[in-house]
Design a protein around this ligand. Sequence first.
Ligand code: PLP
Length: 481
Amino acid sequence: LDPEEFRRQAHIVVDFLADYYLNIENYPVCSQVEPGFLTKTMPLSAPLQPQPIETILQDVQKHIIPGLTHWQSPGFFAYFQSNASTGNFLGEMLLTGFNSVGFNWLASPAATELEMVVMEWLLKLLQLPKSFSFSSNGGGVIHGSTCESFVCTLIAAREKKLSQRKADLGKLVVYCSDQTHFSLQKACRVVGISHNNVRSIQTKKSMNFQLSSDALLTAIESDVRAGLIPLYVCLTLGTTSTTAVDPLLALSEIAKRFLMWVHVDAAYAGSACICPEFRHFLDGVEGANSFSFNPHKWFLTTLDCCCLWVKDQSDLTKALSNDPELLKNKASDTKNVVDYKDWQIALSRRFRAMKLWMVIRSYGVTGLQEVIRKHVKLAKHFEALLIADKRFEVVVPRNFATVCFKLLAPNASNEDSKRLTQTLLDSLNASGLVYMTHAVIEGVYVIRVAIGATLTEEKHVHMLWDMVQEHATHLLASCAD
Ligand code: PLP
């Protein structure tokens, strides 16, 4: 690594990226390439000789960019956004530049301690209970994904339960709702809990797709009667399809009666809770054993970044620690330092706290709150426009910055209505100007509009609304013909 050559090439790449952002609206939001577009055009073998950065970037422009779906585009309203910021990019440059692998405290004391600092800052910002703090028995760790946090907390819960009572792994049961993110099912498989022992409890539109206390209690009691052991319940603050919020307090009280582990997954909506007006959604989190949210969704921080707090850090470390000779050192022996390798699956870890620290410092709390409020305001406005137009139905009340709607057709069956909304979505996406995705809830096909991409402003939401109206008019007219 030649520092001067690094300086020269890095400047070229920064210029390239700045131009990408300047021109991002010229690209179709969702990539329109066909499968194999790249594998068929790229050389079959790696180059033998070094190639200059200028040539490589020409290929990025010509071959890679057409195959990108532009998540940072202002017309991106799909899934949940993964937004970003200048502060984040600079933090990412620093953490990659240092490439410090802080698996234990000694391997990079600053990486560990900055992570502890940032997790305590966020704990205060979210007004999480003191019991999740390092100053009590708790603490926070940055994982790569919510799925990883599911796996780690499931393993912690499993080990804790099996240390308390002798039981077969096959007797442990996990509870969630049919709206819980599907990665919980995968995490259960990873930790050895079979599909048959995961209760995905049905939710209802009449209850805004929240997990019901009665339904949870009934499922648990039935399992207990059958000799099974309730282990873990996953509650969601902001479900993926409709951003429903489970009643944390009531559900965690039931779980506690059965000595279960309660995890609260706020992957998307956790970010909103830094604003006092949304904090009430977190009420009841004090009943949880663990809580996680993804700054890599709505906190201007790029992948990968999931913040997990646990009430009792020893639950995690007892389940996940190992002590190989190779890593032995005096600091770890004192037990007065955090060795984050014992809070996660892998040994190696990125210095993710650096980018989160940069984001928080460069925006400040008020700046971050402003971003959340802007997105919510835009979503509220979009929702109001839909409500005022009788051709649309907002299918569930909006909680945050995601709106779910469908197109209504006079006298249409549910099947016709589904086809119509699907056609509307396809035609809007085919324009290349916007990109949205769908959900099916209680058999109803809805278009999800998640507002929160990096560059989305009011004018883009207006453009979306104009397009929705125009495409719906055409579609309904063609149906009437
Ligand atoms: N939980 C919720 C509510 C989500 O919406 C998502 C992703 O959208 C996840 C979990 C999965 O997150 P990750 O990709 O970080 O595992």
